[in-house]
Design a protein around this ligand. Sequence first.
Ligand code: BV8
Length: 228
Amino acid sequence: MSFSSIVILTGAGISAESGVDTFRDKGGIWSKVDLQDVATPQGFKRDPERVHAFYNDRRAGLKTVRPNAAHRALARLEAEFIGSVLVVTQNIDNLHERAGTKHLLHMHGELTKVFCTKCGTHRDEHGDLTTFDYCSQCGATGTLRPDIVWFGEMPYHMDEIHEALHRCDLFIAIGTSGSVYPAAGFVEEAHAIGAHTVELNLEPTEHDSAFDEVRRGRATELVPAYVE
Ligand code: BV8
């Protein structure tokens, strides 16, 4: 089979072998903290310091992890493939860009970005965020929040993602449990327009049957083998 337009959806599983925690595996993030408390606007309103601490800890973790062979294989694919490659990641880490991927959409936002809820100004953040920080644009204090899409919030780049899904001929999902929408519905969209759909994942997921092809294993083995 030859392809001309590839959309790749990645989830926490692609970063697992870099040492980044996943969410729903045994001992995953959501087994240690209630997502309602740290990944919803209501949780942030209730206890902003707790939410800042949750993301400050994960942001600090970025300094201790590196892209793995799966991230690097996707960057090579983009550099060498004649057609178009778009990586849509649910992850908020920066491992795809650090591996060299350029055409990348963070649909759930990024750990290294924050924005002011008063004036909407976005800026980079590589350190800790607290309720005492002020917005350098409007001067307000305590209005900065992580630039991350929480549950109940609209993911970023949805128009661009749907457009890419409607013209792709290959859709690959890597390291995602398919538990969260709208990302979990992308395979059906790609399938509906006749794209070949592939799942590369360590464990079975509730969406296995939606894929034309399922390969089971670790991303650092499956992804280089698949893209080579
Ligand atoms: C929205 C940022 C509406 C936070 C996250 C139907 C349609 C639309 C919405 C909904 C719907 N039904 C329900 C909803 C609401 C909700 C939802 O989906 N809830 C779920 C729980 C049912 N969705 C939303 O709220 C979304 N927003 O719909 O807005 C709207 C409309 C108009 C106007 C306004 C609003 C927003 C969802 C985004 C939430 N934010 N992330 C943060 O990161 O702190 S989502 C969260 O789950 C994670 O961040 C992650 O991005 C995402 C998915 O998780 P995975 O990446 O898949 O990770 P997981 O641990 O689950 O799985 C890892 C997999 O890897 C496993 O399968 C494992 O086997 C595998 N693996 C492990 N190791 C390896 C491996 N594979 C290979 N190699 C390995 N080594």
